[in-house]
Design a protein around this ligand. Structure first.
Ligand code: SF4
Length: 219
């Protein structure tokens, strides 16, 4: 069963390399119906804009780590009301108190386990992962069966660049995260995110005082 699913997704992934994101999302909605969710960091709203045009009631998951900037929470509300989103907001699981922001297990308690709970009953999830986001994501497939999550993971924006995101957001009049104009080009939790200066890598402000490049969701 899993082997069959894995093969189906591998074949899809190769074919999807040249398929518009809207069509990949439409396939995911048709293939998995209500057993599909979309997880979003709410740094921007491009994937949500695309997904709700395919399925206005698609379930969107926001991982509230308890450490987000107030501006991120404000942006979540802006997007929720703009689309009347079917939004699930997770909270850190019990035990998170023992793992302060930035520590090795922090993401496990504030993102990974809450998302695993939110995905109970789902067979697949859509992510906004982009290959340009980190060296660890350079060869990310469009769609694959993910053993560690025991689900199909769909990355319909894998081939997008930062410029593609900015262009889509501008052409479709999407609201911007309030911190974007203040130099925060990659936005995560407040304690581990700083603005970048001109000429720096857009992601230099994430986990700036550690070697960390992944939070655990996409390992
Ligand atoms: S991004 Fe940083 S602060 Fe946020 S959950 Fe992960 S380790 Fe914790």
């Amino acid at each position: 069963m899993v082997a069959q699913l894995r093969q189906e997704m591998d074949e899809r992934s190769a074919a999807f390399e040249s398929t518009p994101t809207e069509q990949i999302v439409a396939w995911a909605v048709e293939r998995f119906a209500s057993r599909l969710a979309l997880s979003c960091s709410f740094q921007e709203a491009v994937l949500i804009d695309i997904a709700v045009k395919v399925d206005p009631r698609i379930e969107v998951v926001f991982l509230d780590t308890g450490s987000h900037f107030p501006e991120t929470l404000e942006f979540v509300e802006t997007i929720r009301s703009r689309y009347d989103l079917n939004l699930t907001v997770t909270k850190p699981v019990v035990g998170a108190e023992g793992h302060p922001c930035g520590t090795a297990q922090c993401c496990e308690f504030r993102k990974v386990r809450p998302l695993k709970r939110a995905l109970v009953g789902k067979d697949a999830w859509l992510t906004g992962l982009k290959r340009v986001d980190a060296p660890t994501r350079r060869s990310a497939p469009i769609v694959a069966y993910d053993d560690s999550w025991a689900r199909v993971k769909i990355n319909p924006m894998a081939a997008w660049t930062d410029e593609d995101i900015a262009r889509y957001a501008s052409e479709h009049g999407l609201p911007q995260h309030p911190l974007l104009s203040k130099g925060y080009l990659s936005i995560g939790c407040a304690p581990t995110t700083r603005p970048v200066i001109e000429g720096e890598d857009p992601r230099a402000g994430r986990w700036f005082d550690s070697d960390k490049v992944e939070c655990g969701l996409h390992l």
